[in-house]
Design a protein around this ligand. Structure first.
Ligand code: XCC
Ligand code: SF4
Length: 666
């Protein structure tokens, strides 16, 4: 049994540490302790072998070189199958979220979804064009209906290429076609992988992994990309706003409602219900000062990037938020919801409410979501929370909350660089070409209870900033940075190297950009595509000095994301744990093998310092291949606000000399 850690080893976040102390005082167990009480199975985790459960002659545990399963399956075959199955489950989860948004878009277009509307007509028009839906002379409802139906049809597309594929860089499309990994519909690809990894099917690890790649592409350039596009149409394309993150967003004297999970559909209606003056009045009639809404995980990211609703934190904050004793109701939808929640909630007055037809949890209340009465249901849920306020006992809300500026959608990044009339990625490409920006890192993904919460995310972000690397974030990674204030210009620019700082000050952006939830990793694909198309950085995603990281990952969705990014030409590094620690063959196939085929690769590296080193080395290698000047830490940054501050501290003569280059007398 692993020995217990101190609370400082469990989390690097002061608010979390305060709640872990309270949990101990109250005798409540959380994921942090459970990770210590329950050592990970070293074979299942890949540390000392591997395990196959794909048939009932097994499970077969392979711990030695040359050992095979009852059917003869080798370590490599088993690991490739396990990776592929994780990718299928992850792709299914993300893409099914997309499917539900397509249903909501359809119901909205038909006027059957109560409270929903098409908020972003410009985006509807853009997406319709991508999908070949005519717009001229048609109403937005008409266009949205055809688009939604086409979207739904994509899931079951049996043959041919899905629609987003042709929006990737041309060279990329050719690579995919050459290797036979252009996806058909998501449903077909997920079934294909489950079939081919069933006992007695595909046994060639390289071939299994190619199947997994195709499935991941059906997610990244399919279901997930659709989820992002359709969410923007329904709820608005994100642009920067100011909000707050961490447990301190909970309010002592208001009814606190938390939404948790991944989908924006119901949570957007809860936003509307909470803002309803009648609801606020009802809360006051029950002795509260009002209703306060906040989120956890990616449901939080969805309403944070669009509506500026505060976030109570990331994955490992879910139980801790309840331990404040100040949450009247936690409304959950799908994914990353711990089964432990009702148990923790039972120690307080908190109600856990499941809402998805796909998710019930023993001990939780269930109010099944139906978009036809979305707004009424949201009001009902808010009322449940308000009525529960009177049952609140003693509370302890940590002080910690940080401001952040989220909402950097690809559309906004494009706009902020060039303005409305000349929106383009030119300035970003130029900054990379001159070496002001050394490269770009996407830091994404989860928390993992087996490592120190947020520590690897935050360490890596600081180091990349020092190295003039622009950071884009999504998911729980973005919330980790937000807690530290890194999603605000000032706090992050303190770490930024002079070149990066100069660019951020000129454009007026923080050097760490929050691009959205985990399905919004597809926004990063779009940004990379547009950078490749802009010119100067090669003509494909694999040419760009960029790296993707998931240093604290835990979810199968992360595997799917990693695979579609690698297949799109990116170098992707996963931290925390390596399921392939005892299997060089599969790790080589996913690194050297994929790099040869796709120009991208996916690697597991548990040492965060090595992640940093490898990422920078890759960025420099890509710079060299593009014949760009090698990055130099001190070459740039001669301009920018910080120089001005220094300048004003100088005596007048020296100031003038610094400005004009020659001695001048005042
Ligand atoms: Fe879940 Fe998206 Fe991971 Fe966070 S980052 S723990 S998947 S909420 Ni997607
Ligand atoms: Fe064992 Fe083969 Fe069955 Fe897997 S498929 S459990 S390796 S017999």
């Amino acid at each position: 049994m692993a020995k217990g850690r101190t609370n400082q080893e469990r989390s690097s976040d002061a608010a979390s540490i305060a709640m872990l102390e309270r949990a101990e005082a109250l005798g409540i167990t959380t994921a942090f302790q459970r990770a210590e009480l329950l050592a990970a199975c070293p074979i299942g985790a890949g540390q000392s072998g591997t395990c196959c459960k794909n048939c009932y002659m097994g499970p077969c545990r392979i711990t030695k070189d040359g050992q095979v399963g009852v059917c003869g399956a080798t370590m490599e075959t088993i690991n490739a199958r396990n990776m592929a199955r994780a990718c299928a489950a992850g792709s299914a989860a993300h893409s099914d979220h997309g499917r539900d948004l397509a249903f909501t878009l359809l119901a909205t277009a038909e006027g059957k979804a109560q409270g929903y509307e098409i908020r972003d007509v410009a985006k509807l028009w853009n997406v319709a064009k991508k999908w070949g839906v005519a717009t001229e002379g048609r109403s937005k409802q008409d266009v949205a209906k055809e688009l939604a139906l086409k979207g739904l049809a994509m899931f079951g597309q049996q043959t041919g290429e899905t629609v987003y594929i042709k929006h990737a860089p041309e060279k990329r499309q050719k690579i995919w076609r050459q290797h036979g990994v252009v996806p058909r519909g998501v449903d077909r690809e997920v079934v294909d992988i489950l079939h081919r990894t069933h006992m007695g099917d595909d046994q060639d690890p390289e071939h299994i992994l190619l199947g997994a790649i195709r499935t991941s592409l059906a997610d990244g350039w399919g279901g997930s990309m659709l989820a992002t596009d359709f969410s923007d149409i329904l709820f608005g394309t994100p642009s920067p706003n100011v909000s707050q993150v961490n447990l301190g967003v909970l309010k002592k004297d208001e009814v606190n409602i938390l939404v948790h999970g991944h989908e924006p559909t119901l949570s957007e209606m809860i936003v509307a219900a909470c803002q309803d003056p009648a609801m606020q009045e009802y809360a006051r009639s029950k002795g509260a000062k009002g209703v306060n809404l906040a989120g956890i995980c990616c449901t939080s990211n969805e309403i944070l990037i669009r509506q500026g609703i505060p976030s109570a934190g990331n994955f490992l904050n879910q139980e801790l938020a309840l331990i404040t004793g100040a949450v009247e109701a936690m409304v959950v939808d799908v994914q990353c919801i711990m089964q432990a929640l009702p148990e923790v909630a039972s120690r307080f007055h908190t109600k856990i409410v499941t809402t998805s037809p796909k998710v019930k949890i023993t001990g939780a209340m269930h109010v099944e979501f139906d978009e036809r009465k979305g707004l009424d249901q949201a009001r009902e849920l808010v009322k449940i929370a308000i009525d529960n306020f009177a049952n609140r006992g003693e509370t302890m809300i940590p002080d910690q909350q940080s401001d952040l500026v989220p909402g950097f959608s690809h559309e906004y990044i494009n706009y902020m660089l060039g303005g409305t009339f000349r929106a383009s990625f030119r300035p970003l490409n130029d900054a990379i070409m001159t070496g002001r920006i050394r490269g770009v890192v996407a830091d994404v993904g989860c928390n993992n209870a087996r490592t120190t919460q947020d520590a690897s995310h935050n360490f890596l972000v600081r180091e990349f900033l020092k190295n003039d690397v622009l950071v884009v974030e999504t998911g729980c990674a973005a919330l980790a940075s937000a807690k530290m204030g890194y999603l605000l210009g000032d706090a992050a620019l303190e770490y930024a190297g002079p070149g990066l700082r100069e660019v951020c000050e000129a454009v007026g952006i923080p050097p760490v950009l929050h691009a959205g939830s985990c399905v919004d990793n597809t926004r990063i694909l779009t940004v990379l595509t547009q950078m490749a198309q802009e010119g100067g950085l090669g003509d494909d995603i694999s040419d760009i000095p960029a790296v993707g990281l998931a240093p604290e990952w835990m979810s199968e969705k992360a595997i799917a994301i990693g695979m579609y990014c690698a297949a799109s030409g990116a170098y992707v590094i996963f931290g925390t744990t390596s399921p392939l620690a005892s299997d060089d063959v599969v790790q080589k196939l996913m690194t050297e093998g994929w790099e040869e085929k796709f120009g991208g690769k996916m690697e597991f590296e548990v040492d965060e310092k090595e992640i940093l080193r490898k990422a920078l080395e890759h960025i420099d290698k890509k710079r060299a291949a593009l014949k760009l000047p090698a990055w130099e830490p001190t070459r740039h940054g001669k301009s920018g606000d910080w120089r001005m501050e220094e300048l004003f501290k100088l005596p007048v003569e020296e100031r003038l000399e610094a400005l004009y280059g020659t001695p001048v007398t005042a």
